[in-house]
Design a protein around this ligand. Structure first.
Ligand SMILES: Cc1cc2nc3c(=O)[nH]c(=O)nc-3n(C[C@H](O)[C@H](O)[C@H](O)COP(=O)(O)OP(=O)(O)OC[C@H]3O[C@@H](n4cnc5c(N)ncnc54)[C@H](O)[C@@H]3O)c2cc1C
Length: 510
């Protein structure tokens, strides 16, 4: 049986592998020259730039996502790095030992010890915070549960174990209500109060933050040596090894529907394909409103047609630098305050957030290093319109922005480093939108807010449309690679059942 899949990002590739393992004949149609979608990287001269992740959930055992990856590829043969410190950042204050650097350690015990040392007056809040991370850590093996398609009584032992998750609902409700900025106000120590408010570049729900900390503390979310590009290549290889067909440079323009059943794809070159089932692992908005003309949708879903930009997970401008200098002495990830300035899209920044890839020797020649300076933005439309309407002006504004950021780096790091910049490359939301079709260049789908704990209208199937399913980071608020992977597994299961088969995640080969 034939399944056509739109999009060769993490979701499309994962879905393709699951279906190949279950005996389907799949083709992935990908608009770009390579698979991977947002999970990518690229070469500029002698340098490779990591275009995406620093933390792959499930890179090691102890979390259900590791089981899912094992179903798809030999994840344990890849090399991952686990950082002791998530990030360190400079504050305009000093702690009681005279340091203006805050260390955000990944290990809970170490972080707790560090915090109680610099802010003994806040011990109560620190202990509560760390206890919540420790509470989550053992549950990660079940979140989400690794269900299998078998009679309910054979799943009974799993259901019994899942009882441990019952209090999780209350936990999520409670910690989704407050953000780190609000939580910070509980601290009396001014240094720690300011640091907790700045743990991330943007305000985060505490529930999300606690999970991120639990993953890091458990060392189950690592950076893949060779960058996101290497990881995406490995997944694409697993797909073609499983017998799947990957058609790159192939833009899909619509979904062919007859009698309320998806029957194939309409390609941009005017041809149509024919399939027993269609899956979209592309942008949610494009799929529902463009490819299907908004015909199969609930009222609540229709309200997401033109969502306020705050509902869409931020996009990025990222300045990538190839530097002919060995930066081994610098932290791998740090932030520091700068004279406030606005980027061309009007977003104001008061800090620079810098990744230094001094831990991945595969990205630069010996003695050289790649660096990335991140700017989160919700002004995707500005960049997309500018690029579409005036390419020359788009390039001019990018060049001016690059120069300003490099001058800020020079002030901080010194010209002995910035004089050695040999390659520069700036991505904008227009880059992500152009290469992956994500609305406003979103990096992870929908923004997580109250929708993390509350019901969310997006569903993997659409009312009234048969033989069709969706997967990808738009399927659950918060998005990211974990949601892309998990939704792909669910989509494969759905297709198997809809076509009268039992879903077998581990059955390799046709
Ligand atoms: C800078 C950055 C850092 C990130 N860091 C992390 C991290 O550390 N951890 C993490 O978990 N996540 C991270 N993310 C998010 C993560 O990369 C994405 O959430 C995830 O890769 C999305 O995968 P996807 O398959 O759902 O969607 P996509 O990657 O968007 O894939 C969709 C694919 O469909 C194709 N497509 C779209 N429309 C069409 C069409 N009409 N015809 C043919 N093909 C089409 C696109 O070209 C694309 O390849 C990061 C993202 C960015 C940008």
């Amino acid at each position: 049986m034939k399944v056509d899949i739109i999009g060769g990002g993490i979701a499309g590739l994962s879905l393709g592998i699951y279906l190949q393992h279950n005996g389907f004949d799949t083709t992935i149609y990908e608009r770009h020259t390579t698979a991977g979608g947002l999970c990518t990287g690229w070469k500029r001269g002698a340098y490779t730039f990591n275009g995406c992740m620093h933390w792959l959930l499930g890179s090691a055992s102890g979390i259900s996502f590791h089981t899912f990856w094992q179903e798809l590829l030999d994840i344990d043969s890849l090399d991952f790095i686990y950082f002791d410190e998530r990030v360190q950042f400079e504050l305009p204050l000093r702690d009681r030992h005279g340091s203006n650097i805050f260390h955000f350690y990944n290990d809970v015990d170490r972080f707790e010890q560090y915090l109680t040392d610099i802010a003994p007056e806040d011990t109560k809040h620190i202990r509560l915070w760390m206890s919540r991370i420790r509470y989550i850590m053992p549950l990660l093996d079940y979140l989400p549960p690794v269900f299998e398609d078998r009679p309910w009584h054979r799943n009974l032992p799993l259901y019994v174990r899942l009882m441990r998750l019952a209090p999780m609902g209350l936990f999520m409700l409670r910690w989704s209500r407050i953000t780190n900025t609000q939580f910070a106000k509980r601290f009396r120590n001014p240094f720690v109060r300011m640091a907790v408010a700045q743990l991330y570049e943007k305000e985060m729900r505490m529930a999300v933050l606690l999970f991120v900390q639990a993953y890091a503390a458990k060392r189950v979310a690592g950076y893949p040596i060779g960058s996101s590009l290497h990881f995406a290549d490995k997944l694409a290889e697993a797909y073609t090894d499983a017998g799947g067909t990957l058609k790159t440079n192939t833009l899909v323009s619509g979904i062919v529907v007859a009698d309320n059943q998806a029957r194939g794809l309409r390609l941009a070159d005017g041809t149509c394909t024919s399939a027993d089932f269609v899956a979209s692992a592309a942008d949610w908005h494009w799929t529902v409103f463009d490819a299907l003309g908004g015909r199969y949708i609930t009222d609540n879903q229709r309200k997401l047609h033109n969502p306020p930009k705050e509902r869409i997970f931020y996009s990025f401008c990222i300045l990538y630098l190839g530097i002919a200098a060995d930066l081994a002495d610098l932290p791998h990830f740090f932030r520091f305050p700068v004279e406030p300035f606005a980027s061309p899209d009007g977003t104001r920044y008061e800090r620079l957030e810098v990744h230094i890839y001094n831990y991945d020797p595969t990205l630069a020649p010996r003695g050289c290093t790649t660096m990335a300076v991140n700017f989160q933005t919700r002004e995707g439309q500005y960049w997309i319109d500018l690029r579409n309407n005036d390419l020359q002006e788009y390039r001019r504004q990018k060049a001016e922005f690059c120069q300003h950021v490099i001058s800020l780096l020079t002030n901080k790091l010194g010209s002995h480093i910035t004089d050695r910049i040999s390659v520069t490359d700036l991505t904008t939301p227009a880059t992500y939108a152009r290469y992956t079709g994500n609305r406003l260049g979103s990096s992870q789908g929908w923004t997580p807010n109250d929708n993390v704990a509350m019901p969310f209208p997006v569903t993997q199937t659409l009312p009234g449309l048969e033989r069709f399913v969706m997967a990808g980071h738009w399927m659950k608020a918060g998005g990211g690679i974990p949601i892309a992977l998990h939704s792909a597994r669910n989509a494969a299961w759905h297709i198997c059942n809809a076509l009268g088969r039992r879903f077998e995640p581990n059955k390799k080969g046709k």
